[in-house]
Design a protein around this ligand. Sequence first.
Ligand code: ZN
Length: 685
Amino acid sequence: MKRPPAFGLMFLVLFLFTCGKQSEKVEANKPTEDFKVRVDRFADLEILRYQVPQFEDLSLRQKKLVYFLSQAALSGRDILYDQNYKYNLIIRQTTHTIVEGYKGDRSTELWKQFMTYAKRVWFSNGIHHHYSTLKIIPEFKKSYLSELINNTDGKFPLKNGEKTGEFIEWLTPTLFDPDIDGKRVNLDPRDDIISTSANNYYNGVTQDEVDMFYSNMKDPDDTTPIWYGLNSRLVKEQEVVEKVWKSGGLYGEAIDQIVMWLGKAKEVAENDAQRKELEILIDYYQTGDLRTWDKYNMAWVKNTEIDIDYINGFIEVYGDPKGIKASYESVVEINDFEATARMKALSDNGQWFEDNAPIMDIHKREKVQGITYNVVSVAMLGGDVSPYSPIGINLPNSNWIRSNYGSKSVSLGNITTAYDEARSGGFVEEFGYTDQEKARSEKYGSFAGKIHTAMHEVLGHASGKLEVGVETPKETLKSYASTIEEGRADLFGLYYIMDPKLVEMGLVESDEIGKAEYDGYIKNGLMLQLRRLQPGEEIEESHMRNRAYISHWTYEKGRKDNVIEKKVRDNKTYFVVNDYEALRRLFGELLQEIQRIKSQGDYEAAKELVENYGVQVDKKLHKEVLERSKVLDIAPYAGFMNPHYKPVTDENDEITDIVITYSDDFVEQMLYYDKYYSFLPLENN
Ligand code: ZN
């Protein structure tokens, strides 16, 4: 599971964990003075850069490991484009060719609009918005498309025998018509969510056929169930069949490259356990065998005695409305030991938090398993975390592996730092009501967010258990499963961030940290996050939904006691928390209910909660938020450019060093990736 940035109230205060003394390592996470974090701004997006200060301290062997894993990460880039939409690679090649070879005037408004479109496609790994999943409609007029194509030196991805005119005729509605494949992930329960979603995980099958296909595979008595369907496209030919993503199968050309680099990584692995684990991963990519994938995850999750770790595979299922099929993603990580040690305090007390949680006793875990929480510096982002990156990741996703073997939870320290740097200032000034609240947010906002994230990942996701005989949330709660799970983890953190236990443990200095988080969370959930939506849109994304239903539910339940108060000043709306203790009790109440929903698999209750509190948008308030945010010109979403690693070799071609550099030209990096990491054939050719 990923944790996307909340964009609540974050600040320039960059201490990773301010309590206790600040170590050099923590300082090292801070971008150096002259390092430019913000490099590009277009549409609703901003491009940032992250630094990898730890890289220079690595041994040559470790640098090689980072380099090989990074190459593996980038090698699967095409896969994600194709998973997102069947024509994405053709469209990307088209825009790429125009960016490189257009001979016309590049100073016009139209050209600027085209460049914005091209950059948005790179950012979203395809033509659908990375977050709303709606098709991105170009701003330039349709006729300009043929002007571009006809005045470009370069090769366009025409089908055999196709004329340029025919290509343009096909491409125009594909790009401009919102009714053709308009949404990548459609979760509307009134629709057939498979056939109305534009992603490429399914082809020609209906929701019923998907349900039938996978329910037939399931063995209800299996306590270690395979995640059937994880690594394949489901296609209707004469009958319904899976096309597995593996060497020699679908995406085989890209997978072979990944395998080649993983093989090199294996040679310089940090220990035997990592070597074995990489071997299993390679085996899985070669065979597509999902039992092998489980075996790999068990090996990966146990291996914690390392400086360099990574995520590589078909991981997250947000792109599939059924939550079955996983997108390609990869992260290469360097452990930040100093910051990690501070968080260990939380996981060491995991059982205390579980025992004292405000949930029903039958839903508590007797023994909280294997919670590890590492703060890492990202060295490379690939696939579904690039350029748009989460700030925390908790894996593996398979429930029974998590219960029996534990999970790895990482906070992406240098990414969070860059986000905070780029987001400082504006929002608090505009949306904060009292000076006291603003000052608190300024002082503690960033730190509070990090503590909440840590508790969400370490304690929240690891807490609670299902009642005997209840199927997994994916089966019982269906399309609500992931927003219920994210809400549960958020609530666990919200409930405990105000607990005196944190002060006692020395993790926070006072309850001011909790108050800062409550202010920020409620403001974000009730209004601020609406700036990420277009007028008329409803809330769809799991994390946004959970932030909305938690905030709206507590606002409504606390109304009679005025726990959260809506205020209007100079025609501007504010939400102010009047009673933090009461709000904490409400968080606890909702946590108990949401745990019950998960533990009992209560679909109706999940649906009611989410649909009543987490989906609808107050149009008037939405308009106000958009207007007030617009003035601040802070992009709703930010993504990241990667550093570049260049091996230095001697006369025998042996690598003697790896040099890290940072480019600040987003377009240049995307053109480079298109050129050197394109391994999939274009299906239409
Ligand atoms: Zn989460």
